[in-house]
Unconditional design. Sequence first.
Lengths: 254, 264
Amino acid sequence: MSEPFEKRFRLDGKVAVVTGGGMGIGRAVCLTLSEAGAAVVVQDLDPSLAESVAAEIRSTRAKAVAVAGDITDTATITTMLARARDEFGRLDVLVNNAGIYPFVGFLEMPVETLDRVLNVNLRAVFLCTQMGGQMMADLGNGGSVINLASVQGFRPGNPGVSHYDTTKAGVIMLTKAAALELAPHNIRVNAVAPGMTDTPGTRKVFQPTAALGIPLRRLGEPSDVANLILFLVSPAAAYITGETVVVDGGMLLK
Amino acid sequence: MVAPADWLDLNGKVAVVTGAGHGIGKAIAAALATAGASVIVTDVDGASAEVVGREIGGEGRVLDVSDSTAVDAFFADTARRHGRLDILVNNAGVYRGFGGPIVDVTNQMWRGLMSVNVDGVFYCSRAACRTMIAAGNGGRVINLASTQAFTPGVGVTYDSSKAAVVQMTRTLALEMARHGINVNAIAPGGTWVQEGDAPPTSAIPSATTGEPLADTVSNRLRRIPLGRWGTPDEVGRAAVFLASPMSNYITGITLPVDGGWLLL
């Protein structure tokens, strides 16, 4: 690889799709990939959030479009992938970030809640990776998929998220299996495993003292996760596939 | 939010890379220098350290990491001359000529490899952490582990030494977090460190020796998911990422750069 150093960590001319890109980590990923040169398709359940992030990117004179819809609906997946190809001509990066974590105790959990979490956090990630991987394979330019796992894919969280933890362990293995099968198409598949990250979503559930127990003594920022994702999808990480990279300020060490 | 221009900027940082006279260490030193760091290239072969040091616009020093007295003296001298130490890359390591099957491993082979791959990481990390803690500016320690920490194959000596590096990374990360020192490791897989282009991995013959260690390594290389050897430069880029502000919240991890070796 002999491209200039600064280009190895950039995505100029590339196209990225980010699910759940309307806020929190997803929004930070959209902005970061855009700053690195990619055109971005911002997908979100909430149309106004998706459009707001796309507009924020366009205000920097970079390219972005919004796609609204429920990620568990394969029609939404088809639409967002087609939008990348039809609007921007290619698909290089897919970030499966959309995820939910309603707190319900293990014994109390209704089947409907279990199914919803399995559908959003695992089944949709599988289908997005499959359909996105197929499009990348058809386009013949390789590509890079990033799945959002979690430290709770390695170790259970506090009571109330047994369904979430299970889906995150599933994402870790899905990442490996998909990496193995997509490698012949030069498509890399990796995951990131954030620890406690400060977002509008998590602010509703974290205790104010949460940061005290973390070795690096702070909660993660969405940009911590987004910067890792940028590295993993960039040419600099061309030999990294199948891996779940932890970004947790040292939480798993304790 | 870390701004784009700051993402990979190591200007003003002082880095030490051990075993950097050739191969992966040299590529790491070059990558850190390109990112702006002042790099001190060390190697047990002082001449190669000086050559590489000049090439990358840094400096070269002889250092045998298995000699704790020399290590302590080197880091004290570095602190005195440069006024700071920000990044330590524990790359010095050996693997050839240290036996495969345990019945062939002599005491000298075992001690010789452990003294570089494990003791060396310990001595350098201890000296560097003392310096960094005293300075109070945080820092980075990046250790070179290996996929062989997780998948046996080269030999009991080498494989065990790399598993030690993985756990040293985790324990040190926990200990150093309150000093703002992030400690991580990189685990290269099959990396082509010789001169010239790497041969195709598909040309590696399927294992027929009947010797389980050599056969498992051959079989993995032949079936490597990304279909090729890795390059030293790819390990170098991972080191830049782990040395840079982009990875501020990452500590205690071992990052494979392995083309999918660990998936097999």
